[in-house]
Design a protein around this ligand. Sequence first.
Ligand code: ZN
Length: 80
Amino acid sequence: MDGPGALAGRYGPVPRNGEINTAFGVYKSLCCEYEIVVREGATFPQCPKHPNVPTVWNVLDIEIRPLRVTRKTNPDPPNR
Ligand SMILES: [Zn+2]
């Protein structure tokens, strides 16, 4: 169901180049699906492949989880 408002993401208006990012995330350009990581407080860049047109960035729905560290079983257990 792509209505007229399909361009606006579910998080509100989509950011454009030159705007300040308010939330760390992975963003994808509408023009060629170029993916970038933009940290909070950074300015959205122009698409590197399309520097002459305004770039619209869509936030990607990602979840950053801490890595889970599993300890390997000791390959050489003390044998006494
Ligand atoms: Zn592009």
